[in-house]
Design a protein around this ligand. Structure first.
Ligand SMILES: O=P(O)(O)OC[C@H]1O[C@](O)(CO)[C@@H](O)[C@@H]1O
Length: 431
């Protein structure tokens, strides 16, 4: 990926970061880079994620998924990092395999999928690093029952990716299910380039080697200066802007195929950096659509935002039929792709003209190589930002309270805070 941070400089935007500030910050980037390299060399928890390009084994993944390689439909049961990486990859690329991601326990939504899908042509990709996430296990039990009701032997259609212990590992061993390991030291939101994200990619027929090659090429760009490394330029610029008041980061890919990548980024950024009262709020946006939804706020609302555009280079285009409608004469013989590109450039210029900081993350295409580079590059940017914030990038303790309260409310274990949930303050305004 390439990064253009020009529209985030103080000379054009407020909040903005001066070139001199970035040069001073570059000294911290160099120190942070040393720490990152040390963490990678020592295979330390979290930093290990940046070693995935050489750790992940495509042959092992392909061999494991071979029993379901013919699936016309792949149902992935997981949540957070155990779903979003796989969804980012498979939603970005064309495949003959239909993918469904059950990453919520909305009964109507789960039932609507299971009732419409021909389960005899489907496979189950159940993913959980801990192997005990309530939503994933609950949905898996529901999906398994649906397969049984349809007379389909789920044990012949299920791939498991989990840690070396826990309920899901036990289930895989008990039923002799094909399984893969979630690599040690890799938090879920950093695991897209492991089996966690690549089992689905493999079943969909995508080029695993190209995904890893793109990531490996991005790994090679990690140097001690933000001026030589796109990932560090992005991580350092977002940090510097947050320090100057841009507490919101709206990620706006100009491609439907990359919409899920903004959802994946939201977890990566929020769960890694949102600690000790610090962190930048990710917003999922989409170009051109959110020009008609959120752009008003981005251009004229509070000066508390960075907009991260993601552009995609040349892609298949489609012509717009000629028209005699006078108001549309400006379209001329433009294509849809040319219209989208013009809208992106106009929106980028609109924010710059209004002094609103924005950064362009550029892909050359939407293919496995570029996707691997994007995933890796944004992960490296996040690790750098975490070093600059001084937070523990790779843990997420704040999510545990609600999990324990949920178990308490369902009677699944002693949890004094469950009473606090029951005693919540109310001021109901009823119709
Ligand atoms: O892969 P698991 O263990 O099911 O966890 C799913 C998700 O839940 C979290 O642990 C947060 O609760 C995320 O960090 C993780 O990606």
């Amino acid at each position: 990926m390439n990064v253009d941070i020009g529209n985030a400089l103080a000379s054009v935007a407020s909040p903005g970061v001066s070139r001199e500030s970035l040069e001073r910050l570059d000294e911290q980037v160099a120190v942070a880079h040393e720490r990152i390299e040390e963490g990678m060399a020592n295979e330390e928890h979290g930093y290990e994620a940046l070693n995935l390009p050489q750790r992940t084994d495509p042959d092992e993944i392909r061999a494991t998924v071979e029993p379901v390689a013919d699936a016309e439909i792949l149902i992935t049961v997981g949540i957070g990092g155990s779903s979003l990486g796989a969804a980012t990859i498979t939603n970005a690329l064309d495949s003959d395999t239909e993918t469904v991601f059950l990453d919520n326990v909305d009964p109507e939504w789960v039932s609507s999928h299971l009732e419409r899908l021909p389960l005899e042509n489907a496979a189950i990709n159940v993913v959980s690093r801990s192997g005990k996430t309530a939503e994933t296990l609950a949905n898996f039990l529901v999906v398994r029952e649906a397969f049984e009701s349809a007379g389909v032997d789920w044990t012949e259609r299920t791939i498991v990716t989990t840690g070396d212990s826990g309920p899901l590992r036990d289930l895989a061993e008990r039923h002799g299910l094909p399984s893969l390991m979630v690599p040690d030291g890799v938090p879920g939101r950093f695991s897209a380039l492991s089996a966690v994200g690549m089992v689905a990619a493999s079943v969909c027929g995508h080029d695993l080697e190209a995904l890893l090659a793109g990531a490996a090429a991005e790994r090679e760009t990690l140097t001690g200066s933000l001026f030589d490394c796109p990932a560090y330029a992005y991580g350092a610029t977002t940090y510097a802007l947050d320090q100057r008041g841009a507490g919101v980061n709206a990620v706006m890919p100009y491609a439907e195929s990359l919409e899920t990548s903004a959802e994946w980024f939201a977890q990566l950024w929020a769960e890694s950096l949102g600690k000790d009262d610090l962190g930048q709020t990710p917003v999922r946006a989409l170009g051109v659509t959110d020009q008609h939804s959120q752009l008003q706020l981005y251009r004229a609302g509070p000066r508390d935002k960075l907009v991260t555009f993601v552009t995609t280079g040349e892609r298949p285009d489609r012509s717009i039929p000629a028209t005699d409608v006078d108001e549309l004469a400006y379209l001329g013989d433009a294509t849809l792709g040319e219209l989208l590109e013009a809208e992106f450039e106009a929106t980028e210029a609109s924010l710059a003209a209004a002094g609103r900081p924005n950064v362009r993350v550029e892909l050359e295409a939407v293919d496995e190589y570029e996707l691997g580079g994007l995933l890796y590059g944004l992960e490296a940017a996040c690790v750098l930002a975490g070093e600059l914030y001084g937070v523990n990038t790779f843990e997420q303790p704040a999510v545990e309270w609600a999990k324990k309260a949920t178990r308490g409310l369902l009677g699944g274990g002693e949890f004094e805070e469950a009473d606090a949930v029951a005693e919540k303050t109310e001021l109901r305004v009823e119709r």
